[in-house]
Write a protein that binds this ligand. Sequence first.
Ligand code: SF4
Ligand code: SF4
Length: 315
Amino acid sequence: MASRVLGTALFRCGFTVQDAPKYGAERRGAPIFSYVRAAHQPINERGTIYHPDLVVVTDDTLLAVPAAGTLQGITTDSVLLINSRVSADTWRHRLNLDTTVLILPSTEDVEDRAELPHIGATCAGAAACLLGAIDRNALAGAIAEELADLGPDIVARNCDSALDAYDAMGSNHGVVREGIAIAAEHYTAPAWIELPFDEARISAPDIRAVANSVQVRTGLWRTMRPVIDYDHCKKCWWVCSTFCPDSAIEVKDNTPIIDYDHCKGCMVCVGVCPPHAIQGIPEYLAQQDDAIATADASQPAPDKGEADGSATANR
Ligand code: SF4
Ligand code: SF4
């Protein structure tokens, strides 16, 4: 939606525009991306954008996911806008970047980052301001056009979010500079490698090892982490382990144990557990807890008597 709004706003301002989304696997929390390409001349290029002038990251947890490719192709001339509560200096340091990093303050306090409300309109509004080529009226008109089917209330709320984000970026209006196009005469053809054709018996893929799917750590995809409260678990054992679509809940002595290397965070187990003994918590908060627990574990053990009980949750 962000790319549709931004593309339509640019079109309303006289640009020739392309905008297109690219989806990966259809699953909760899967990284998706879309791009917008705009010019005052006809655009002949139809391929992927390899060196974006502006990258907008709607969810800062994606920056740590290599498969999301959020930093792919950025140059020292690119502008990186991150929807985050962490400062630009911290991100520049973390990512070791020598480029312009800006923060769109994340105001929504949501548990699941996959459900940020109005995030498409918000990011489109911020991007519109950074480009410096779109005025507020064109942005509002684009939102009204793209979201018309959803009714006036939703249009109004998205419009408010987009214009707030536009205004919040006011001090950086027009900071994005158009990259230098690679002229056709400088195009270098790929160095083709001729592969001889083999019979299917030889050239078709052949899986030689059994049970290798366990090596694919699908737990890295998770945005929400199920956590079992063993104080409330009735040890019925079969409900959560049976319903888990990824067989990621093992049962030992009637006790369910979640395999976090392969739990994708679909939250099915949270929904089916009869006594509600499984809680879903945002993965980034769970990882913060993990880091604290690891740091605590590296400290010298307290004297006997100072210890105050033990954690019972399966984290
Ligand atoms: S479904 Fe709930 S109560 Fe039953 S074993 Fe799983 S966590 Fe425990
Ligand atoms: S969230 Fe629960 S049901 Fe879904 S994959 Fe993880 S353990 Fe299985």
